[in-house]
Design a protein around this ligand. Structure first.
Ligand code: GTP
Ligand code: MG
Length: 194
């Protein structure tokens, strides 16, 4: 799939402001700093479409992007940002939860985990949540450029075992080198058509 156009549509800060755009949606979730915004930029070949930052907890809103006038990318706030206040954390969780539960156009949730680390309790809770709401997901193991190619399979096994999913359900990817991005784009293309 070739991405011809990618445009920012809106940021949503509260549950009440969520709306449906009438296009299939692909949401990116995962802990703060895992690389959600960077992945959206890399997939769309736009350096600054979704703001990416070395400061964790940057994306505190749900950001909607319209791609090829055919589908939406949804950049969700990162969970598990330790320095956020309790009130802030529950505000984000409410926002993420409401979106995942009520979005009628959500076609696939991409759950991002860092390829270098064992997934956290929060990651496991996210999967349980998605199972509970029957929301189909795919796991993307980010920052694959940070480990040697020959180590990727070993890391995928650890992630698969920790999350209790099949290794073939995890796509290793790098926003830095572009590794794995075509696989994600092809998956999206198939889901948009299907
Ligand atoms: P929040 O918005 O805080 O939830 O974070 P995020 O998940 O959107 O992460 P973001 O894309 O802002 O990336 C966090 C940091 O990781 C930035 O410094 C990125 O440059 C870096 N990063 C993201 N993806 C990759 C990758 O594939 N490889 C490498 N080496 N660094 C990456
Ligand atoms: Mg972000």
């Amino acid at each position: 799939m070739i991405i011809k156009s990618a445009e920012f549509v809106t940021s949503v800060a509260s549950q009440q402001k969520l709306q449906d755009f009438g296009l299939p949606e692909f949401a990116f979730v995962g802990r703060s700093n895992v690389g959600k915004s960077s992945l959206i930029n890399a997939l769309t070949n736009r350096k600054k479409l979704a703001k990416a930052s070395s400061t964790p907890g940057r994306t505190r809103l749900i950001n909607f992007f319209r791609i090829n006038n055919a589908f939406m990318f949804v950049d969700l706030p990162g969970y598990g940002y330790a320095l956020a206040s309790k009130a802030e954390q529950s505000q984000w969780q409410g926002l993420i939860g409401t979106y995942l539960e009520y979005s009628t156009s959500l076609r696939r949730v991409f759950v991002l985990v860092d390829i270098r680390h064992e997934p956290s309790e929060k990651d496991k809770q996210m999967l349980e949540y998605l199972y509970y709401y029957n929301q189909p997901f795919s796991v993307i193991a980010t920052k694959a450029d940070k480990i040697a190619r020959g180590q990727i399979d070993k890391h995928l096994t650890i992630i698969a075992n920790t999350l209790g999913i099949g290794k073939d359900n995890i796509i290793p990817a790098s926003a830095e080198t572009g590794y794995g991005l075509d696989k994600i784009r092809d998956l999206i293309e198939n889901l948009v058509q299907g």
